[in-house]
Design a protein around this ligand. Structure first.
Ligand code: AMP
Length: 143
């Protein structure tokens, strides 16, 4: 089956263009990372390449090396910032997989022994909690 084309009005494209706000923790020329507004755990962060692609399946492979290096950086930072026991890294492709926003992104979620993930796209987190968590991650990235 042919997959749909990239939609330039998807919500992450709007965040990348600065048209809607996000709680950013990292940015370079090719990648940004910001807090997931419906976190599956405290510190749930999304790492997003700036290059437009719907998901992993249509992305230019030349972006993967740098993207994954930022995923590692953010994973280390969230582990440190939240004193986590581990980190889950997830990425979904097309609706059947659970993808809901059609711009490639990688989920980075601190994990704690014995504590399950909350549901995917469950409840909205309070903005003040996201602000505080973003600050913790930014500090960990700088140290
Ligand atoms: P996926 O199902 O892999 O496409 O995940 C999309 C993720 O984006 C979900 O975890 C949502 O909670 C999250 N999300 C949706 N809208 C926003 C937004 N405006 N800012 C930050 N995260 C968002």
């Amino acid at each position: 089956m042919t997959e749909a084309a990239y939609d330039t009005d998807n919500i992450f494209a709007k965040i990348l263009r600065g048209e809607i706000p996000s709680h950013r923790v990292y940015e370079d020329d090719a990648v940004i990372a910001f807090m997931d507004v419906m976190p599956q755990g405290p510190g749930h962060t999304l790492v997003v390449p700036k290059a437009p692609s719907r998901n992993l399946l249509d992305a230019d492979p030349s972006i993967f090396s740098h993207l994954l290096s930022v995923v590692q950086k953010v994973a280390l930072a969230v582990k440190k910032a939240f004193g986590a026991d581990g980190v889950t890294v997830m990425q979904f492709n097309e609706p059947a997989s659970g993808q809901t926003v059609y711009h490639l992104h990688v989920h980075v979620i601190p994990r704690f022994d014995g504590i399950p993930l909350k549901p995917h796209t469950g409840g909205m987190e309070k903005p003040e909690i996201l602000v505080g968590n973003a600050e913790k991650i930014r500090s960990a990235l700088q140290s």
